[in-house]
Design a protein around this ligand. Structure first.
Ligand code: TUI
Length: 314
Protein backbone atom coordinates (compact mmCIF):
# COMPACT_ATOMS: atom_id res chain seq x y z
CA UNK A 1 0.00 0.00 0.00
CA UNK A 2 1.50 3.33 -1.05
CA UNK A 3 1.08 5.86 1.71
CA UNK A 4 2.92 9.08 2.33
CA UNK A 5 2.91 12.02 4.71
CA UNK A 6 0.39 13.64 2.37
CA UNK A 7 -2.18 11.02 3.45
CA UNK A 8 -1.62 11.85 7.13
CA UNK A 9 -1.71 15.58 6.44
CA UNK A 10 -5.07 15.45 4.65
CA UNK A 11 -6.71 12.34 6.08
CA UNK A 12 -6.90 10.60 2.70
CA UNK A 13 -6.20 6.95 1.84
CA UNK A 14 -4.13 7.38 -1.33
CA UNK A 15 -1.82 10.30 -2.26
CA UNK A 16 -3.69 11.00 -5.50
CA UNK A 17 -5.29 14.37 -6.36
CA UNK A 18 -7.74 14.96 -9.19
CA UNK A 19 -6.86 18.22 -10.95
CA UNK A 20 -9.38 21.06 -10.49
CA UNK A 21 -10.25 21.40 -14.16
CA UNK A 22 -12.33 24.43 -15.13
CA UNK A 23 -15.83 23.56 -16.46
CA UNK A 24 -15.07 19.86 -15.88
CA UNK A 25 -14.32 19.13 -12.25
CA UNK A 26 -17.70 19.55 -10.56
CA UNK A 27 -18.99 18.41 -7.18
CA UNK A 28 -19.97 15.01 -8.53
CA UNK A 29 -16.54 14.15 -9.96
CA UNK A 30 -14.72 15.51 -6.91
CA UNK A 31 -16.92 13.47 -4.54
CA UNK A 32 -16.34 10.29 -6.58
CA UNK A 33 -12.56 10.71 -6.38
CA UNK A 34 -12.67 11.45 -2.64
CA UNK A 35 -14.96 8.46 -2.07
CA UNK A 36 -12.35 6.42 -3.96
CA UNK A 37 -9.70 7.40 -1.41
CA UNK A 38 -7.99 10.22 -3.32
CA UNK A 39 -8.58 13.97 -3.07
CA UNK A 40 -11.32 15.24 -5.39
CA UNK A 41 -11.06 18.92 -6.32
CA UNK A 42 -13.80 21.20 -7.65
CA UNK A 43 -12.53 23.52 -10.39
CA UNK A 44 -13.79 27.09 -9.99
CA UNK A 45 -12.32 28.22 -13.33
CA UNK A 46 -13.99 31.47 -14.39
CA UNK A 47 -17.27 30.68 -12.59
CA UNK A 48 -18.92 32.98 -10.01
CA UNK A 49 -19.07 32.10 -6.29
CA UNK A 50 -22.73 30.97 -6.55
CA UNK A 51 -21.73 28.11 -8.89
CA UNK A 52 -18.80 27.10 -6.71
CA UNK A 53 -20.95 27.07 -3.56
CA UNK A 54 -23.51 24.91 -5.34
CA UNK A 55 -20.83 22.39 -6.33
CA UNK A 56 -19.39 22.38 -2.79
CA UNK A 57 -22.87 21.55 -1.45
CA UNK A 58 -23.25 18.75 -4.03
CA UNK A 59 -19.88 17.29 -3.01
CA UNK A 60 -20.75 17.55 0.69
CA UNK A 61 -24.01 15.69 0.01
CA UNK A 62 -22.17 12.85 -1.77
CA UNK A 63 -19.17 12.32 0.49
CA UNK A 64 -18.11 12.87 4.07
CA UNK A 65 -14.47 12.65 3.03
CA UNK A 66 -12.22 15.67 2.47
CA UNK A 67 -12.23 17.41 -0.91
CA UNK A 68 -10.76 20.60 -2.30
CA UNK A 69 -11.56 23.63 -4.44
CA UNK A 70 -9.19 24.98 -7.09
CA UNK A 71 -9.14 28.76 -7.42
CA UNK A 72 -8.06 29.92 -10.88
CA UNK A 73 -6.37 33.18 -10.00
CA UNK A 74 -6.89 34.81 -13.41
CA UNK A 75 -10.67 34.57 -12.93
CA UNK A 76 -12.61 37.84 -12.73
CA UNK A 77 -14.46 36.16 -9.81
CA UNK A 78 -11.33 35.08 -7.91
CA UNK A 79 -12.07 37.41 -4.93
CA UNK A 80 -15.62 36.20 -4.32
CA UNK A 81 -14.72 32.54 -4.93
CA UNK A 82 -11.80 32.83 -2.49
CA UNK A 83 -14.24 34.22 0.10
CA UNK A 84 -16.81 31.48 -0.56
CA UNK A 85 -14.18 28.74 -0.13
CA UNK A 86 -13.23 30.27 3.24
CA UNK A 87 -16.86 30.51 4.39
CA UNK A 88 -17.63 26.93 3.31
CA UNK A 89 -14.50 25.79 5.16
CA UNK A 90 -13.47 23.29 2.50
CA UNK A 91 -10.63 21.02 3.60
CA UNK A 92 -8.19 22.12 0.91
CA UNK A 93 -7.75 25.02 -1.50
CA UNK A 94 -5.45 24.59 -4.45
CA UNK A 95 -4.56 27.57 -6.64
CA UNK A 96 -3.48 27.88 -10.26
CA UNK A 97 -2.40 30.37 -12.90
CA UNK A 98 -1.00 32.97 -10.53
CA UNK A 99 0.36 34.13 -7.19
CA UNK A 100 -2.02 33.31 -4.28
CA UNK A 101 -0.36 35.67 -1.71
CA UNK A 102 -3.30 38.03 -1.24
CA UNK A 103 -5.66 35.22 -0.16
CA UNK A 104 -3.35 33.16 2.05
CA UNK A 105 -4.33 34.77 5.37
CA UNK A 106 -8.06 34.47 4.60
CA UNK A 107 -7.76 30.74 3.96
CA UNK A 108 -5.33 29.98 6.78
CA UNK A 109 -7.58 31.84 9.28
CA UNK A 110 -10.47 29.60 8.13
CA UNK A 111 -8.37 26.51 8.96
CA UNK A 112 -8.01 25.56 5.29
CA UNK A 113 -4.94 23.73 3.99
CA UNK A 114 -3.59 25.71 1.04
CA UNK A 115 -1.75 23.84 -1.70
CA UNK A 116 -0.71 26.12 -4.59
CA UNK A 117 0.47 25.02 -8.02
CA UNK A 118 4.01 26.32 -8.37
CA UNK A 119 5.61 26.55 -11.81
CA UNK A 120 9.00 27.63 -10.45
CA UNK A 121 11.42 27.38 -7.52
CA UNK A 122 10.80 31.05 -6.61
CA UNK A 123 7.04 30.48 -6.27
CA UNK A 124 7.65 27.32 -4.21
CA UNK A 125 9.83 29.29 -1.77
CA UNK A 126 7.34 32.15 -1.56
CA UNK A 127 4.30 30.01 -0.72
CA UNK A 128 6.35 27.99 1.77
CA UNK A 129 7.08 31.24 3.67
CA UNK A 130 3.39 32.21 3.48
CA UNK A 131 2.16 29.05 5.22
CA UNK A 132 1.19 26.64 2.43
CA UNK A 133 0.67 23.02 3.60
CA UNK A 134 2.14 21.46 0.44
CA UNK A 135 2.86 22.44 -3.16
CA UNK A 136 1.91 21.01 -6.53
CA UNK A 137 4.83 21.05 -8.99
CA UNK A 138 3.09 20.97 -12.37
CA UNK A 139 5.20 20.56 -15.49
CA UNK A 140 4.31 21.74 -18.97
CA UNK A 141 3.14 18.29 -20.11
CA UNK A 142 -0.12 19.11 -18.34
CA UNK A 143 -3.31 20.29 -19.94
CA UNK A 144 -4.58 23.84 -19.64
CA UNK A 145 -2.40 26.72 -18.50
CA UNK A 146 1.24 25.59 -18.64
CA UNK A 147 4.50 26.80 -17.17
CA UNK A 148 7.96 26.70 -18.80
CA UNK A 149 9.49 23.66 -17.09
CA UNK A 150 8.87 19.96 -17.53
CA UNK A 151 7.78 17.71 -14.67
CA UNK A 152 11.10 15.84 -14.81
CA UNK A 153 13.04 19.03 -14.01
CA UNK A 154 10.53 20.98 -11.90
CA UNK A 155 9.74 18.24 -9.33
CA UNK A 156 13.30 17.63 -8.05
CA UNK A 157 14.07 21.36 -8.06
CA UNK A 158 10.95 22.12 -6.02
CA UNK A 159 11.74 19.22 -3.66
CA UNK A 160 15.16 20.79 -3.06
CA UNK A 161 13.62 24.24 -2.50
CA UNK A 162 11.05 23.36 0.18
CA UNK A 163 10.53 20.95 3.07
CA UNK A 164 6.80 20.80 2.33
CA UNK A 165 5.24 17.73 0.73
CA UNK A 166 5.47 18.00 -3.07
CA UNK A 167 2.74 16.69 -5.36
CA UNK A 168 3.88 16.05 -8.93
CA UNK A 169 1.60 16.88 -11.85
CA UNK A 170 1.87 17.04 -15.63
CA UNK A 171 2.28 13.95 -17.79
CA UNK A 172 1.19 11.48 -15.12
CA UNK A 173 -1.63 9.09 -16.02
CA UNK A 174 -0.62 5.65 -14.77
CA UNK A 175 1.39 3.75 -12.18
CA UNK A 176 4.63 4.31 -14.07
CA UNK A 177 4.20 8.06 -13.84
CA UNK A 178 3.32 7.83 -10.17
CA UNK A 179 6.34 5.64 -9.37
CA UNK A 180 8.64 7.97 -11.34
CA UNK A 181 7.25 11.00 -9.50
CA UNK A 182 8.01 9.38 -6.13
CA UNK A 183 11.57 8.63 -7.25
CA UNK A 184 11.93 12.31 -8.17
CA UNK A 185 11.06 13.17 -4.55
CA UNK A 186 7.31 13.75 -4.73
CA UNK A 187 5.01 12.20 -2.15
CA UNK A 188 1.81 12.51 -4.16
CA UNK A 189 0.53 12.98 -7.69
CA UNK A 190 -2.17 15.05 -9.32
CA UNK A 191 -3.85 13.89 -12.52
CA UNK A 192 -6.32 15.83 -14.63
CA UNK A 193 -6.42 14.24 -18.05
CA UNK A 194 -6.78 10.68 -16.71
CA UNK A 195 -9.93 11.75 -14.85
CA UNK A 196 -11.46 13.18 -18.04
CA UNK A 197 -12.29 9.55 -18.83
CA UNK A 198 -13.96 8.90 -15.46
CA UNK A 199 -17.53 7.65 -15.63
CA UNK A 200 -18.55 10.41 -13.22
CA UNK A 201 -16.93 13.10 -15.39
CA UNK A 202 -19.76 14.98 -17.12
CA UNK A 203 -17.94 16.24 -20.24
CA UNK A 204 -19.54 15.74 -23.67
CA UNK A 205 -19.10 12.19 -25.07
CA UNK A 206 -17.18 13.62 -28.04
CA UNK A 207 -14.59 15.07 -25.61
CA UNK A 208 -14.18 11.70 -23.86
CA UNK A 209 -13.84 9.90 -27.17
CA UNK A 210 -11.14 12.36 -28.33
CA UNK A 211 -9.18 11.67 -25.12
CA UNK A 212 -9.50 7.89 -25.40
CA UNK A 213 -8.36 7.99 -29.05
CA UNK A 214 -5.57 10.57 -28.63
CA UNK A 215 -2.07 9.65 -29.77
CA UNK A 216 1.34 10.95 -28.76
CA UNK A 217 1.32 14.08 -30.93
CA UNK A 218 -2.32 15.00 -30.36
CA UNK A 219 -1.80 18.05 -28.12
CA UNK A 220 -0.36 21.47 -28.82
CA UNK A 221 0.28 24.72 -26.96
CA UNK A 222 -1.41 27.94 -28.06
CA UNK A 223 -1.61 31.39 -26.50
CA UNK A 224 2.10 32.02 -25.89
CA UNK A 225 1.93 35.40 -27.62
CA UNK A 226 -0.69 36.65 -25.14
CA UNK A 227 1.29 35.33 -22.18
CA UNK A 228 -1.19 32.55 -21.30
CA UNK A 229 0.09 29.38 -22.96
CA UNK A 230 -2.53 26.64 -22.88
CA UNK A 231 -2.21 22.97 -23.89
CA UNK A 232 -5.16 21.42 -25.69
CA UNK A 233 -5.98 18.78 -28.27
CA UNK A 234 -4.85 19.66 -31.78
CA UNK A 235 -8.33 20.30 -33.21
CA UNK A 236 -9.65 22.67 -35.86
CA UNK A 237 -9.91 25.36 -33.16
CA UNK A 238 -6.26 24.90 -32.13
CA UNK A 239 -5.11 25.03 -35.77
CA UNK A 240 -7.14 28.19 -36.43
CA UNK A 241 -5.83 29.80 -33.25
CA UNK A 242 -2.22 29.00 -34.15
CA UNK A 243 -2.71 30.51 -37.61
CA UNK A 244 -4.20 33.66 -36.10
CA UNK A 245 -1.50 33.83 -33.43
CA UNK A 246 1.39 33.69 -35.88
CA UNK A 247 -0.48 35.45 -38.71
CA UNK A 248 -0.51 38.83 -37.00
CA UNK A 249 -4.10 39.01 -35.68
CA UNK A 250 -4.31 41.96 -33.22
CA UNK A 251 -4.21 40.98 -29.51
CA UNK A 252 -7.81 41.99 -28.70
CA UNK A 253 -9.19 39.93 -31.60
CA UNK A 254 -7.05 36.94 -30.64
CA UNK A 255 -8.29 37.22 -27.05
CA UNK A 256 -11.89 37.12 -28.34
CA UNK A 257 -11.21 33.97 -30.36
CA UNK A 258 -10.72 31.98 -27.14
CA UNK A 259 -13.76 33.31 -25.27
CA UNK A 260 -16.30 30.55 -24.57
CA UNK A 261 -14.22 27.92 -26.37
CA UNK A 262 -13.79 25.66 -23.33
CA UNK A 263 -17.55 25.63 -22.65
CA UNK A 264 -18.18 24.70 -26.29
CA UNK A 265 -15.86 21.71 -25.91
CA UNK A 266 -17.13 20.52 -22.52
CA UNK A 267 -20.87 21.02 -23.07
CA UNK A 268 -21.34 20.82 -26.83
CA UNK A 269 -18.40 18.69 -27.96
CA UNK A 270 -17.94 21.30 -30.71
CA UNK A 271 -14.88 20.16 -32.67
CA UNK A 272 -14.73 23.32 -34.83
CA UNK A 273 -14.97 26.04 -32.17
CA UNK A 274 -14.31 24.17 -28.91
CA UNK A 275 -11.00 24.21 -27.02
CA UNK A 276 -10.42 20.67 -25.69
CA UNK A 277 -7.91 21.19 -22.88
CA UNK A 278 -5.82 18.06 -22.33
CA UNK A 279 -2.33 17.06 -21.28
CA UNK A 280 0.18 15.00 -23.24
CA UNK A 281 -0.87 12.04 -21.08
CA UNK A 282 -4.11 11.82 -23.10
CA UNK A 283 -2.19 9.31 -25.22
CA UNK A 284 -2.03 7.04 -22.14
CA UNK A 285 -5.76 7.10 -21.42
CA UNK A 286 -7.52 4.10 -22.95
CA UNK A 287 -10.85 3.47 -21.28
CA UNK A 288 -13.78 4.92 -19.41
CA UNK A 289 -13.75 3.78 -15.77
CA UNK A 290 -15.27 4.81 -12.46
CA UNK A 291 -13.11 7.44 -10.73
CA UNK A 292 -12.45 5.17 -7.76
CA UNK A 293 -11.14 2.47 -10.11
CA UNK A 294 -8.76 4.98 -11.71
CA UNK A 295 -7.34 5.93 -8.30
CA UNK A 296 -6.87 2.28 -7.31
CA UNK A 297 -5.46 1.25 -10.69
CA UNK A 298 -2.78 3.95 -10.66
CA UNK A 299 -1.74 3.26 -7.06
CA UNK A 300 -1.76 -0.52 -7.43
CA UNK A 301 0.34 -0.44 -10.60
CA UNK A 302 2.85 1.96 -9.02
CA UNK A 303 3.39 -0.31 -6.01
CA UNK A 304 5.33 -3.16 -7.67
CA UNK A 305 7.39 -0.64 -9.64
CA UNK A 306 8.51 1.14 -6.49
CA UNK A 307 9.14 -2.16 -4.70
CA UNK A 308 11.15 -3.39 -7.70
CA UNK A 309 13.31 -0.28 -8.04
CA UNK A 310 16.09 -2.02 -6.10
CA UNK A 311 16.61 -4.38 -9.06
CA UNK A 312 18.77 -1.71 -10.68
CA UNK A 313 21.27 -1.65 -7.86
CA UNK A 314 23.80 -4.53 -7.87
O1 TUI B 1 -3.89 26.72 -13.82
C1 TUI B 1 -3.58 25.68 -14.35
N1 TUI B 1 -4.23 25.19 -15.42
C2 TUI B 1 -5.30 25.83 -16.03
S1 TUI B 1 -6.02 27.29 -15.59
C3 TUI B 1 -7.06 27.20 -16.86
S2 TUI B 1 -8.28 28.40 -17.19
C4 TUI B 1 -7.47 29.61 -18.07
N2 TUI B 1 -8.25 30.48 -18.65
C5 TUI B 1 -7.72 31.48 -19.36
C6 TUI B 1 -6.37 31.64 -19.50
C7 TUI B 1 -5.56 30.75 -18.93
C8 TUI B 1 -6.11 29.71 -18.20
C9 TUI B 1 -6.84 26.08 -17.56
N3 TUI B 1 -5.87 25.33 -17.09
N4 TUI B 1 -2.57 24.93 -13.87
C10 TUI B 1 -1.81 25.35 -12.74
C11 TUI B 1 -0.73 26.26 -13.14
N5 TUI B 1 -0.42 27.32 -12.47
N6 TUI B 1 0.08 26.15 -14.18
C12 TUI B 1 0.94 27.20 -14.15
C13 TUI B 1 0.59 27.94 -13.05
C14 TUI B 1 1.17 29.15 -12.54
C15 TUI B 1 1.70 30.12 -13.39
C16 TUI B 1 2.22 31.29 -12.86
C17 TUI B 1 1.17 29.38 -11.16
C18 TUI B 1 1.70 30.53 -10.64
C19 TUI B 1 2.22 31.48 -11.50
O2 TUI B 1 2.72 32.58 -10.93
C20 TUI B 1 3.09 33.64 -11.75
C21 TUI B 1 3.41 34.80 -10.91
O3 TUI B 1 4.59 34.99 -10.62
O4 TUI B 1 2.46 35.47 -10.51
Amino acid sequence: MIQSRLCDLLGIQYPVFQGGMAWVADGKLAAAVSEGGGLGIIGAGNAPASYVREQIHIAKSLTGKPFGVNIMLLSPFADEVAQAAAEEKVAVVTTGAGNPSKYMKLWLDAGIKVIPVVPSVAMAKLVTRLGASAVIAEGGESGGHVGELTTMVLVPLVCDATDLPVIAAGGIADGRGMAAAFLLGACGVQMGTRFLSAQECGIHPVYKEKIINAGDLCTTVTGKRLGHPVRSLRTQFARNYTKAEYGGMPDEELEQLGVGALRLAVQEGDLKKGCFLAGQAAAMVHEIQPAAEIVRDVVESAEPLLKGASQWVK
